[in-house]
Design a protein around this ligand. Structure first.
Ligand code: 13P
Ligand code: 13P
Ligand code: MG
Ligand code: MG
Length: 364
């Protein structure tokens, strides 16, 4: 097989119960739709994290393929019908448009794609996160591809020693900028440290000249101009043989770092790595979750998944996430647990201000 494209397209088309999970009937319908696509796909898996339904597909149509995107869109529309019939919560939540127009980017679903020349062995990890935003992957991706204290391969593997190239998206201005690492590390960190606005979109290996990682960079809230749910992200990472080893790719998630999202998309909390059966966020609709599905590609076939965070070696990260969750929750509606005013998905500020306007007396 010459080149193969891995496309992961994910949307919340209805929650069971509330925003906590995807009902089996939706996953069943999604499988039927993808099965019916015949030769368009080489292989597929249907997965979920929290209330987000993920279509993991391999094909030879390249990224941004209208046929593959239309298939995903029609699948989400069909699943929305099932969600409506069961009166699931927020049926069709992430489908912002009534009609498909060639590409799902900008229409609501999150998309991460990479076209690769499959290596003799091609291990990939599909990360799916719920109750957070694409910038949540900035910190772990930086550690995987640029921090030698996480990834010793950057120091000792001749194929990684040259470093990686980071493509960062300014989601507000809809512009991308590329940084060469390690040379421009400090410049890169100026942006990555502000994950609400700047998100890693792609990472490339300098030595192999190949894509190494891809992240969905949609921002539903910016697209819709009103609250439509957090843009729960996906991230794809290639491993081994000139890419970081699988264990180097998973290692940063042993630290449950703080991300924006959680209840009403308006809070800060720890990103908890969890096994697929644990990915049902119900404590204050959280804490935010990430699952890691490992695959070996074989001529485009998806061998897997292996539920990578099921390893008890991540139990302590989960425990620590719960302790951080307790601590953050005690802040109630106060920042920095509650997001900064501009970043909140919900606010009553305009109404309250309008009612109280006359009571603000100027002071010297
Ligand atoms: P590769 O050189 O094949 O990436 O192997 C490295 C490794 O797996 C060490 O853990
Ligand atoms: P989702 O973005 O996962 O639908 O969650 C929305 C929400 O408001 C959770 O409290
Ligand atoms: Mg939802
Ligand atoms: Mg969600």
């Amino acid at each position: 097989m010459d080149r193969v494209t891995l496309s992961v397209i994910k949307a919340d088309v209805g929650g069971f119960v509330g925003h906590s999970a995807v009902h089996d009937a939706l996953k069943e319908r999604a499988r039927e739709c993808l099965e019916a696509a015949g030769n368009l796909l080489v292989d597929f898996r249907v997965a979920s994290v929290g209330d987000d339904l993920a279509l993991i597909m391999t094909h030879q149509q390249g990224p941004d393929s209208p046929a593959v995107h239309e298939l995903a869109w029609n699948t989400f529309v069909a699943c929305t019908e099932v969600a409506k019939s069961l009166k699931l919560y927020g049926a069709g939540q992430d489908l912002l448009s009534d009609a498909f127009s060639g590409n799902v980017r900008g229409m609501g679903p999150g998309v991460a794609e990479m076209e690769i020349a499959e290596r003799p062995s091609e291990p990939v990890v599909v990360f799916l996160a719920d109750k957070t935003e694409p910038g949540a992957f900035n910190l772990p991706l930086f550690r995987i591809f640029a921090d030698p204290f996480n990834t010793s391969g950057l120091v000792i593997d001749p194929k990684m020693h040259a470093g990686f190239r980071f493509e960062v998206m300014d989601v507000r201005e809809k512009a991308v900028v590329t940084f060469e690492l390690p040379e421009e590390m400090y410049d890169l960190l100026v942006f990555l440290g502000a994950p609400v606005r700047y998100c890693i979109r792609h990472i490339y290996s300098k030595e192999l000249g190949e894509v190494a990682a891809a992240v969905s960079t949609q921002r539903l809230s910016l697209m819709a101009g009103r609250y439509v749910g957090k843009d729960d992200p996906v991230c794809l990472v290639r491993c081994q043989s000139g890419m970081p080893a699988l264990g180097e790719v998973l290692e940063p998630f042993a630290c449950p770092h703080l991300v924006a999202g959680w209840m009403r998309g308006s809070h800060v909390g720890p990103l908890m790595p969890c096994a697929v059966p644990q990915a049902t966020p119900t404590r204050f609709d959280g804490p935010p979750r990430v699952v890691a599905l490992g695959f070996q590609l074989a001529e485009g076939r998806l061998i897997g998944p292996q539920d990578l965070f099921a390893d008890p070696a991540f139990d302590r990260a989960r425990q620590q996430a719960l302790e951080i969750a307790d601590y953050m929750r005690r802040h109630g509606p106060f920042e920095p647990h509650r997001l900064h005013l501009e970043e909140m998905e919900y606010t009553t500020m305009p109404q309250v201000m309008k009612r109280l306007a006359g009571r603000f007396a100027p002071v010297e």
